[in-house]
Design a protein around this ligand. Structure first.
Ligand SMILES: Nc1ncnc2c1ncn2[C@@H]1O[C@H](COP(=O)(O)OP(=O)(O)OP(=O)(O)O)[C@@H](O)[C@H]1O
Length: 251
């Protein structure tokens, strides 16, 4: 059953198109990962899927009554504000103590309930954001580079937690990630974006993929489980890796 799908989805800001003609669908219980260079439209796609960005063209369809748990790439919290994890999880909607405990358990951080938000490590913070997303009792979790800033063991542990959540709750997971070697192992399907859907496929097929390396550089050669990459087109808008967004929108 399809939870979210798009047809001919084109996204842009003002006159600039950032993503063209995306047709995709996420089924119940699947783990799908979106990869792609900086500025390739990954976050924009997620924002369109959750309804926060209007399509320039095409459509987004969400199953009726669909509940989405969204984990943003970053969340700024005023460090001077005294705010415990428990209180944070009760914003903006009051939750039962049992639901808060259950969400923190599932996110793997039951001990953080009384901790100050400002005292959390990067990995702990992401798990609290995961707990917050779980409070929505989601059919699908949408995570935007949730492991950014975590070291490799931290990222791997986070993905194991996501897999456990999927196993226990049967939620679908759609995530953007740069941790390719970890992600490849954990995903049912991988979508590579570069202004359009560049390729899509099962991650477990290790292939020599020159086009993929052309996108991601060769620095990662040998450390990645590459997937088969059928490429039948050229890119007229390659983005440099590490590209800073011109409009001050940085991650
Ligand atoms: N609010 C906005 N207003 C104008 N342009 C935007 C806005 N948000 C994103 N963009 C631009 O759209 C393009 C795609 O951005 P997006 O954040 O979707 O890419 P991304 O693949 O998620 O990048 P990254 O890997 O760096 O997070 C970029 O060129 C970016 O500068």
């Amino acid at each position: 059953m399809s939870l979210i799908s798009t047809k001919g989805l084109t996204l842009g800001y003002g006159k600039t198109t950032v993503l063209s003609n995306v047709t995709m669908s996420i089924n119940a219980g699947e783990i799908v990962t979106i990869v792609g260079p900086n500025g390739s439209g990954k976050s924009s796609l997620l924002r369109a899927l959750i309804g926060a960005l209007r399509p320039a063209k095409g459509t987004v369809h969400r199953a009726p009554g669909l509940r989405i748990g969204y984990v943003p790439q970053k969340l700024q919290i005023d460090a001077t504000l005294p705010l415990t994890v428990q209180r944070f999880l009760n914003l903006p909607k009051r939750q039962t103590a049992a639901d808060v405990s259950d969400a923190l358990d599932r996110a793997g951080v039951p001990e953080l309930k009384e901790a100050q938000m400002s005292s959390l490590s990067g990995g702990q913070f992401q798990r609290v954001l995961l707990a917050r997303a779980l409070l929505a009792k989601p059919d699908i979790l949408i995570l935007d580079e949730a492991t950014q800033g975590l070291d490799q063991p931290g990222a791997a542990a986070f993905y194991r937690q996501i897999e456990a959540v999927r196993r226990d709750l049967g939620v679908a997971v759609l995530m953007v990630s740069h941790d390719l070697h970890v992600v490849m192992a954990a995903s049912d399907r991988v979508m590579c974006l570069n202004g359009h859907v560049c390729c899509e496929g099962a991650p477990d097929i290790v292939a020599d993929a020159p086009e993929y390396r052309a996108l991601f550089g060769t620095g990662t050669k040998g450390t990645l489980a590459l997937y088969r990459h059928h490429h039948d087109h050229d890119h007229d808008h390659q983005h440099a890796h590490g590209h800073e967004h011109e409009n001050g929108h940085t991650h």
